[in-house]
Design a protein around this ligand. Structure first.
Ligand code: GLN
Length: 286
């Protein structure tokens, strides 16, 4: 049984938001407004004020969506898509929901491309393709490669690239294995690797824990396993003068720069996300 969303007072979305608040959903208005705006093809600001009518079909769909959100399913999973920079990205069970935080990692990559005139970029562990497709679309002169271990993720990423008209070259690869064709040719390596400590996975928000693939989150006992592997495996692929831009979890920047430095990668800087938290580190090649 799908509980109906009944209007008690005010707009449809505020009634739905009240249900979500009672279910303990964070930022209930945002979810209620975005879902209604997607259902009706309105701007969110219009949807937030809309007080009907809804067709029976729309009412049933909205009720079902609000009920799913009330069970902590993320809005992007309900809709099957996420917005990221200029893109609308399809998602699958094998891809992380792209985060707004990662949009600033793309900013960092674009800044380095512009500053250094880089021509070839490699996105390691691309998931839905968010970083690679954005870079390809926003800097069309770059040759962008992207890897993922998951064939299902690569299918989703290829679909997203085709839809965006972006000519990203995708490779099925365990991190950097088997990319011999790129030997010595990668100017900028970017990655948002899994970086959550294994023991912290159970404490993540239900939206993340139950819906994002563990393989895209689990960074091993100290959360840093993938950075170690990238530092170990990247040198043969990097061009002279290459750089690495790596997304990091909250509080990990110094540790990741330290690991890089110990492996011979000069630490060059850090980048904040929109909340001011350090979200990416920049290193040179060893
Ligand atoms: N940013 C994600 C989170 O907050 C983690 C993504 C990752 O491990 N790269 O859960």
């Amino acid at each position: 049984m799908v509980p109906a969303v009944r209007r008690t007072s005010g707009s449809l979305s505020s009634a739905a938001a009240e249900k979500l608040r009672q279910a303990g959903v964070p930022e209930p208005e945002a979810s209620a407004e975005v879902l209604l705006s997607e259902l009706l093809g309105m701007r969110r600001s219009e949807a937030s004020l809309y007080d009907g009518p809804l067709t029976d079909e729309h009412a049933a769909v909205y009720g079902a969506w609000i009920s799913r959100r009330g069970s902590r399913e993320p809005v992007q999973r309900i809709l099957g898509k996420a917005y990221f920079r200029n893109l609308t990205l399809n998602l699958s069970d094998s891809t992380l929901v792209p985060r707004a935080d990662t949009e600033s990692v793309v900013e960092a990559v674009l800044e380095r491309i512009d500053r250094r005139g880089f021509g070839r970029v490699l996105d390691v562990g691309t998931g839905s393709g968010a970083i690679a497709i954005s870079v390809s679309q926003e800097r069309p002169s770059c040759e962008v490669h992207a890897t993922d271990l998951s064939e299902a993720a690569l299918r989703t990423a290829r679909h997203n690239a085709d839809r965006a008209g972006a000519g990203v070259r995708f490779h099925a690869a365990d991190l950097l294995h088997g990319l011999d064709k790129l030997r010595g040719g990668v100017d900028l390596l970017v990655s948002n690797p899994p970086y959550v400590r294994t023991a912290d996975l159970v404490g993540l928000d239900p939206e993340v824990r139950a819906w994002d693939p563990a393989a895209a989150l689990d960074g091993g006992p100290d959360g840093l396993a993938f950075y170690r592997r990238i530092f170990r495996e990247a040198p043969p692929l990097l061009s002279r003068g290459a750089e690495l831009v790596l997304e990091v979890g909250d509080g990990q920047a110094a540790e990741v720069l330290g690991l890089g430095e110990a492996a011979g990668y000069p630490p060059l800087g850090t980048y904040p996300d929109l909340t001011g938290t350090t979200r990416a580190v920049l290193l040179g090649r060893p």
